[in-house]
Design a binder for this molecule. Structure first.
Ligand SMILES: [Zn+2]
Length: 261
């Protein structure tokens, strides 16, 4: 007898949430230190290796949405995502059966522990790239850096109280990125709640910050021109799509048409 895979569900549809991410203040999403050139700025922003343009990695956006939603859902942190010296506690279900029922893990995914099995995320957060307008605008300002600016920031050494000035590179305020999030519809019973939680995470993001140095005012963002599009799939075939300005309109349309995703 051939072994069948458990928990394989047909995909019923996709919800594509797209829009513009507008930087209300300077944005700093740091690049890894390994890529630093000698004599370069102390703390550079992450850039696309091909175009050299700054961008927002989907993983940064997804990680931030996850941590904000985790706090609102009041889930108890059980995993250390940091080190022993600098622990960063977060919630992640150990068993995939739990993850399916967990409002956070079923969206963002979980890695099982002690044979608990992984739960694949229902949410894909794509990398966000500069809009054409922003690229043109940034080409015109001359800061000596490509598409960015830099700023001296002082930090105090906690032991000696000595000032430790360093250069921070940031994407200037007013810059816009095009973002897209894709949610996979696997279970109609979860649809409303999942979309509501994605909506909450996006609203929380606007009240929080993205990237580093948020307490200094960096990374305040606004989401503009938000569109919620649902693509319906039946028996493995794409059936159609409809676009609305918020997820509630999508749910209402699905209910009144009674055509189940
Ligand atoms: Zn969970």
């Amino acid at each position: 007898m051939s072994e069948t895979r458990q928990n394989e569900k047909p995909i019923l549809g996709k919800v594509i949430i797209s829009g513009i991410l507008h930087c209300e203040t300077g944005l700093h999403i740091g690049a890894s230190k390994e890529n630093l050139e000698i004599g370069a700025i102390d703390s550079p922003v992450v850039r696309d290796p091909i175009t050299r343009e700054p961008y927002i990695p989907g993983s940064s956006l997804k990680g931030k949405m996850r941590s904000l939603l985790e706090k609102v859902l009041a889930l108890s942190p059980n995993r250390n995502g940091g080190t022993q010296r600098n622990p960063i506690w977060r919630h992640e279900c150990d068993m995939k059966e739990e993850a399916k029922k967990c409002k956070l893990c079923r969206l963002f995914g979980s890695t099982g522990k002690s044979g608990g099995g992984n739960w694949p995320a229902r949410l894909i957060v794509r990398d966000a790239f500069l809009t054409d307008n922003s690229r043109e605008n940034l080409q015109e300002i001359d800061t000596g850096l490509l598409y960015t600016e830099w700023k001296w920031e002082n930090s105090l050494d906690r032991v000696t109280a000595a000032a430790n000035p360093r250069q921070l590179e940031r994407v200037p305020r007013g810059t816009e990125f095009r973002f897209e999030i894709v949610y996979t519809v696997e279970d109609l019973d979860d649809l409303n709640e999942d979309l509501e939680n994605i909506d909450t995470a996006l609203k929380l993001l606007e009240m929080d910050y993205l990237g580093g140095h948020g307490s200094r005012g960096y990374g305040q963002i606004k989401l503009r021109d938000l569109k919620w599009q649902i693509v319906t799939i039946k028996n493995g075939e794409i059936k159609g799509s409809l676009e609305k300005e918020n997820f509630k309109e999508i749910i209402n349309t699905l209910k009144t048409e009674d055509n189940n995703v």
